[in-house]
Design a protein around this ligand. Structure first.
Ligand code: HEM
Length: 363
């Protein structure tokens, strides 16, 4: 559609004639319209605009990660844009609060006109999920069919193509795998960290045995707990055990990527690693923000339609609530805290690695 507005005006630049002509309540115009359908339309439209911004930034972060050479510092723009994605998602969650000013009775007055329309069919939302790294298995819907069955045929091919391409998750993983500080000369971060953990646990065992305040039974209990902690660490240090855990779906990153992420967490006070650390944080932020949006959206749906099924045919609230936990992507990064030890127990960095970190030299 052509616009008549000159491009040098505010409304011309923003194509406001078209934008403000896109709100067409199904309940009718003027006095026949259900007043709050306008709010419903505008909220969805503004969400779709923000989805567009999220995709714009997410693609760019994936490209930056793809292009950054091994051993080079990460450009700060990757962090700035990732943090912005999280901020936008939080804003979408806040927007739910505006829509919740609508009375469920008012929603009931026009909801019947919407069938079979549902935001289930939001192509941009599916693109965000795919690009962020939600896997096909996670995307299976309540009735066993994939999302694509709800998406207009014309858009399905594009989504299928996207599923074949590298996602942001893939880019993060290969960027982590390229981190050059894990094995340098005779130095191995994995071995050094494992030794440090053993020393720490050895001290803890000794302290338990020598503590006269504990009974024999208590000592035994605490020693068993220490062994459980050691086993948990071993799942990270032993590549074979790690692969077994990954095969169950409890870990998704490759072993090397996971160790690299831990290295960044542990030594993030080195100026060279600070941007990388902030990126890992921002990814956790986005994952958390999306989970919170999903949960708030589920609560909003519950409040508006109770236990009715959704206009797209899902079980409604129960389906939506389940996605808040099932579609997390970066839980490996949150799990890293399991493997942190006090600063005083951390192994000192190998001098060559230190030099690489501080001197910006290539390995
Ligand atoms: C009155 C407010 C709303 C209600 C009652 C509601 C209800 C629902 C329901 C029941 C579903 C599940 C699919 C279905 O069976 O239709 C759904 C999915 C969805 N809704 Fe809403 N929704 C509301 C507002 C919004 C808004 C403002 C957005 C922002 C774009 C939105 C985005 C989505 C998305 C992206 C999905 C797909 C979620 C997924 O499959 O993981 N919804 N909605």
């Amino acid at each position: 559609m052509e616009t008549n507005q000159p491009i040098d005006s505010y409304s011309g630049y923003l194509h406001l004639d078209r934008l403000l002509d896109c709100q067409r309540p199904r309940s009718g115009q003027a006095e026949q319209a259900v007043h709050d359908e306008m709010l419903f339309i505008i909220t969805h439209q503004s969400c779709e605009l923000w989805f567009k911004q999220i995709l714009h930034d997410m693609r760019s972060v994936a490209d930056i990660l793809h292009d950054v050479p091994s051993g080079s510092s990460l450009p700060d723009t990757a962090v700035v844009r990732s943090r912005r994605i999280a901020a936008v998602v939080r804003h979408l969650t806040d927007q739910c609060g505006i829509l919740e000013t609508m009375d469920p009775c008012d929603y009931a007055d026009f909801r019947g006109l919407l069938y079979p329309i549902s935001a289930f069919q939001s192509v941009q939302f599916r693109k965000i999920e795919i690009l962020f790294g939600v896997r096909r298995e996670q995307q299976v819907l309540y009735d066993g069919y994939a999302h694509s069955s709800r998406i207009p045929v014309a858009d399905r091919d594009e989504l299928r193509r996207m599923e074949e391409e590298p996602t942001l998750f893939d880019r993060v993983q290969s960027w982590l795998e390229r981190l050059p500080f894990l094995e340098v000369g005779g130095y191995s971060f994995r071995r050094a960290y494992q030794d440090a953990v053993r020393r720490m646990l050895g001290r803890e065992r000794e302290a338990i045995r020598e503590n006269e305040a504990f009974s024999a039974l208590e000592k035994q209990k605490y020693l068993v707990e220490t062994s459980t902690v050691e086993e948990r660490f071993d799942t990270l240090f032993d590549p074979e055990r790690y692969r077994e855990i990954a095969a169950t779906g409890r870990r998704r990153f490759s072993h090397r990527a996971m160790l690299a992420a831990l290295f960044i967490m542990v030594y993030h006070d080195r100026p060279r690693l600070q941007t990388s650390r902030r990126l890992l944080d921002a990814l956790i932020d986005i994952d958390e923000a999306l989970a919170l949006w999903r949960y708030h959206h589920a609560l909003m749906a519950h409040r508006m339609i109770g236990e009715k099924i959704g206009s797209g045919g899902s079980s409604g609230f129960h389906y939506l609530k389940s996605t808040a936990e099932n579609r997390r992507v970066y839980t490996d990064l949150t799990a890293l805290a399991t493997y942190l030890i006090p600063r005083t127990d951390r192994p000192a960095l190998d001098p060559h690695v230190l030099h690489m970190l501080d001197g910006e030299i290539s390995p």
